[in-house]
Design a protein around this ligand. Structure first.
Ligand code: AMP
Length: 356
């Protein structure tokens, strides 16, 4: 094996939300320590990590101290400011690497990269300014979706253009940010693949899950997904192709549209992914441990699915159901320790297990 980070080493995690929290738990189960860097007060990951730095991403002194105190660095979200990464990369290895971040931070770069790999995406056109929207609409047609190139998540920074008269409002919704126009993909359902690539280049993928979104937020993931055996193989192979092309190390999520014309890639997330939470109760080694194994130079673990699972996000007032869920058989609760319940806020999730 190329490089095996000694047990007891410290993993720096940028971002202190629920993904950072579950990564910390997985790290400590393997005997590692974790150190969270997060600007917000009292992050969910801080409750379970060994150390927390509360500082802004432009606080160079705090970044330097963090970088010097950890053995490797990973992250729970892709929109980390470039200047922070430039500083940190001289202090400790960052996994997944800069190329994965560069590609996934910008929808235009991402779609171009995917097409160059020979993968299908929605048709798209660059909309750098207001003047270019008309030409983009002439090329793509309607219905279409205008999306900011950067900083979009959970459906934010997106506006649908059902017919050309919606264009002005959609453009206003972008608030002047560079955007891309995407043609509407006529999909039957959405699936995602969670794949891992180790330091020495081994790739392993979890069984694809079927995702249901509403208001741009993931509501549930069901495994097995409705896919033919051929589609299942395609999904895994295309995720491996992406991971290899990026020389990727760690876990990534690849979101796909299922169409009559095959699988269309929507986006890639260079991190553990909400649609992979089912693995916590459906596999021997879940996506969080798989990520920690990959970045620390361990061999990838056994990610075979041993049960059917429906993962349901607990969003906002869904927390009122926790007592009921706690008494429901074959139901595993994962709560994030967030102080305040707010509409649209992911508070936890539940894995409903159906034994195979
Ligand atoms: P995104 O933030 O790009 O993942 O988009 C959020 C959700 O919007 C997706 O999960 C889809 O349900 C829908 N969506 C995004 N892009 C498209 C597209 N080009 N065609 C149809 N639906 C889309």
């Amino acid at each position: 094996m190329s490089h095996f980070l000694p047990i007891g080493s410290t993993i720096g995690i940028i971002g202190g939300g629920q993904l950072g929290r579950m990564l910390s738990v997985a790290a400590s189960r393997l005997g590692f320590r974790s150190h969270i860097f997060e600007p917000g007060a009292e992050p969910p990951a801080g409750q379970v990590a060994h150390k927390v730095t509360t500082a802004a991403y432009d606080d160079d002194d705090a970044l330097r101290a963090f970088g010097a105190s950890v053995d490797i660095i990973t992250y729970e979200f892709e929109n980390i400011p470039t200047a922070a990464l430039d500083l940190l990369q001289d202090l400790a290895p960052i996994h997944p690497g800069r190329e994965a971040l560069r590609v996934s931070q910008d929808r235009l770069t991402e779609k171009t990269f995917l097409q160059e790999l020979g993968l299908k995406t929605a048709p798209f056109a660059d909309v750098p300014d207001a003047a270019s929207l008309e030409a983009a609409l002439a090329q793509i047609g309607t219905p279409a979706i205008l999306k900011t190139r950067r900083f979009g998540y959970d459906g934010k920074g997106q506006a649908r253009i059902m017919s050309p008269e919606h264009a002005a409002q959609a453009l206003a919704d972008m608030k002047g940010a560079p955007a891309i126009l995407e043609g509407f993909v006529d999909f039957s359902h959405e699936v995602s693949v969670i794949a891992a690539r180790s330091l020495d280049g081994a790739v392993s993928a979890f069984d694809p899950g079927e995702n249901v979104h509403s208001d741009g937020i993931l509501r549930s993931t069901t495994v097995p997904a409705r896919l033919t055996q051929g589609q299942r193989t395609d999904a895994v192979l295309l995720a491996a192709k992406i991971a290899n092309a990026l020389n990727y190390v760690g876990v990534m999520g690849v979101e796909l549209f299922v169409t009559s014309d095959g699988l269309v890639v929507n986006e890639i997330a260079p991190r553990v992914h909400n649609s992979g939470h089912w693995t916590q109760n459906g596999c021997t080694v879940d996506q969080f441990e798989q990520h920690i194994r990959a970045i620390t130079g361990w061999p990838l673990g056994d990610g075979q699915r041993h049960a059917d699972v429906v993962m349901e996000n607990l969003i906002g007032d869904d927390m009122d159901r926790v007592a009921d869920l706690a008494g429901t058989p074959d139901c595993a609760l994962h709560l994030y320790g967030k102080a305040e319940t707010k509409p649209g806020r992911k508070m936890g999730h539940v894995n409903h297990i159906k034994r195979a």
